[in-house]
Design a protein around this ligand. Structure first.
Ligand SMILES: NC(=O)CC[C@H](N)C(=O)O
Length: 442
C-alpha cells in the first residue's frame, strides 16, 4: 500500500490541490478532505501516515492568520466522548506519524503550539505576525537548511529556492531563553539567505523580518514540520520565473522543481522504495547481455526449498554458459552459508529493508553473496581470506567489474556482520537510499 497523505481543506484553505500533486509525484496517495469531515468523525486521521495543513486564508485570516483554525482544533469536540482533534493529533504524533504545515498551515501549527513545542505541552511558544514590510509579500526566496536539523522532511537538502506569498510570516520569538532553546535543538530548521548564501535579516531576502531569519520550524521529534514558503508551488522546473533562461544556460537542466524533494523525503522515509530496474539495454550490460534466447526455463534452476528460499522470480544477470558453470557452486553456497552470511540473510530476506535481495546470485562470471537487482546494490560478506593480498586484488577487480555493470558493492568483514549487525544494516539502508536517489536522477 502506498503512503497515505491526508490533506485538509475548507474554510478558505486554497493549496490542497498542489499538495495532492506533490504527494502524487512523490509516489504517495493523497486524500483531500474538508476539515468538517474530520471534525464530524467521518474521516479518521489515524488511517493516514501524514497529516497536512495547506496554505490559504482559513477563516479569512480573522483574528490573525491561522488563529481560528487552531482554536477549532484545540476546542471543537469531535465526538460524544469530548475528544478534540488536537487530542487525536497528539496521538497521531505519539504513534510516530508526520504533520506538515505550509504557510497558513504553518501558522496553524504555530498558533496551536505544535511548533516548536519545546515544552511538549502544545502551548504557543512563538508567534507569526504581520510582515515587517507592512504588506503582503509575493516573491521567490532562498533558504538554507540548518545542518543540525534532524527532521526527515529536509534530509539531504542544503539550499532551496521557493516562493513566499503571505501577509503574516514574521516569526517572533518572545525571549532569549526560547530563542536559545530553539537554536540549541536546531528546531529553526530553515533560514532565509542572501545572494552570498548567508542567513539574513535584510529585506527582501528575508521577506518578513523573521527572528532568527527563520522560515520554518520543526518540533523536537522532527515529525512535525512547518514553513512559510511554498515548496508545493515548485514541483516543476517550469514553475520558476527564470526557467527559460536557466534552460538555455543549461540544456541538461532537470524538469523537477526543487520543492518536490521535501515530499519525496517524507514519503521515502515512511516507505523506502526500491528503484525501478533500468529498462533493458539502457546504459547497462546487465540486461542486454541476457536476451530472451539465453534465458533458462525456471525448471533448470529450481532451487532448494527451505529456510533460505524466498519466493522470487528468477532474474538472469549472466549468460546461459556461465550459469551452467556457476549454478552448482551457487547452490552449494546457498545450502552451506557461513555464519555471517546466514546472520545477514536473516535481516535482508523477505524485503525487510524494502527491497528484494537475492543471495548467491550470479552476475556475469561472479557469484555475489547478496544483491538487490532493483537497487543495483551488491553486499559481500568477507571472511579472513579477503585480507590476503592476492585475494584483495581479485576482490578489487571483481568490484570494478560489478561497478562497470552499474552495481554498487558494499563489503563487510564477517566479524563486523556478527558483532555490529545494526551498523551494517544502517550502512546498507543508507546505500539503498543513495542508490534510490541516484537512479531517480538518471
Ligand atoms: N499563502 C498563505 O497561506 C497565506 C497565509 C496567510 N493568509 C497570510 O497571508 O499570511
Amino acid at each position: 500500500m502506498k503512503v497515505q497523505a491526508l490533506i485538509l481543506t475548507g474554510f478558505g484553505i486554497n493549496c490542497e490541490e498542489e499538495f495532492a500533486a506533490a504527494y502524487r509525484l512523490a509516489g504517495a496517495e493523497p486524500t483531500i478532505v474538508h476539515l468538517n469531515q474530520v471534525l464530524h468523525g467521518q474521516v479518521s486521521i489515524h488511517d493516514f501516515d501524514i497529516l497536512n495543513f495547506p496554505g490559504g486564508f482559513s477563516f479569512g485570516d480573522d483574528l490573525g492568520s491561522g488563529v481560528v483554525l487552531a482554536n477549532k482544533l484545540r476546542y471543537r469536540q469531535t465526538s460524544a466522548g469530548g475528544r478534540t482533534l488536537l487530542d487525536d493529533i497528539r496521538q497521531f504524533i505519539a504513534d510516530g506519524k508526520f504533520v506538515l504545515g505550509i504557510c497558513n498551515g504553518f501558522q496553524v501549527l504555530v498558533k496551536l503550539g505544535l511548533l516548536p513545542n519545546l515544552g511538549g505541552s502544545v502551548t504557543p511558544e512563538v508567534t507569526l505576525t504581520h510582515n515587517a514590510s507592512g504588506r503582503y509579500e509575493d516573491r521567490w526566496v532562498k533558504l538554507r537548511v540548518n545542518p543540525r536539523a534532524t527532521t526527515p522532511f529536509l534530509k539531504g537538502i542544503d539550499t532551496l529556492e521557493v516562493p513566499v506569498r503571505h501577509g503574516e510570516g514574521r516569526l517572533v520569538v518572545p525571549d532569549d531563553a526560547t530563542r536559545q532553546a530553539i537554536e540549541a535543538a536546531g528546531l529553526n530548521c530553515l533560514s532565509y539567505i542572501d545572494a552570498n548564501g548567508d542567513g539574513t535579516s535584510t529585506y527582501p531576502f528575508n521577506p518578513n523580518g523573521a527572528d532568527l531569519n527563520c522560515a520554518g520550524l520543526c518540533d523536537p521529534s522532527g515529525q512535525v514540520f512547518g514553513l512559510m514558503p511554498h515548496p508545493e508551488a515548485f514541483l516543476s522546473a517550469y514553475n520558476h520565473p527564470d526557467w527559460a533562461r536557466r534552460k538555455r544556460q543549461n540544456p541538461e537542466l532537470g524538469e523537477e522543481g526543487e520543492g518536490l524533494a521535501i515530499f519525496r523525503n517524507i514519503v521515502e522515509h515512511i516507505q523506502p522504495h526500491p528503484p525501478a530496474p533500468s529498462p533493458a539495454g539502457e546504459g547497462s550490460l546487465l540486461y542486454s547481455a541476457v536476451d530472451g534466447k539465453e534465458r533458462l526455463s525456471s525448471n533448470d534452476v529450481e532451487e532448494d526449498k527451505g529456510q533460505y528460499q524466498t519466493a522470487q522470480d528468477h532474474v538472469f544477470t549472466t549468460s546461459k554458459q556461465q550459469w551452467k558453470k556457476l549454478k552448482g557452486w551457487a547452490r552449494e553456497n546457498r545450502k552451506a552459508p557461513t555464519e555471517a552470511e546466514e546472520a545477514l540473510w536473516l535481516r535482508l530476506r523477505r524485503e525487510q529493508l524494502g527491497v528484494q535481495f537475492r543471495r548467491q546470485h550470479a552476475i556475469a562470471s561472479y557469484i555475489v553473496d547478496f544483491v538487490s537487482i532493483g537497487a543495483k546494490l551488491v553486499v559481500e560478506a568477507d571472511g579472513g581470506i579477503h585480507q590476503n593480498p592476492e585475494q584483495a586484488e581479485y576482490d578489487a577487480g571483481r568490484t570494478q567489474l560489478l561497478e562497470e555493470y552499474g552495481f554498487r558493492v558494499l563489503r563487510f568483514a564477517n566479524e563486523t556482520i556478527l558483532k555490529q549487525p545494526q551498523a551494517v544494516i544502517a550502512e546498507i539502508q543508507q546505500a539503498l537510499q543513495e542508490q534510490h536517489s541516484k537512479h531517480l536522477i538518471h
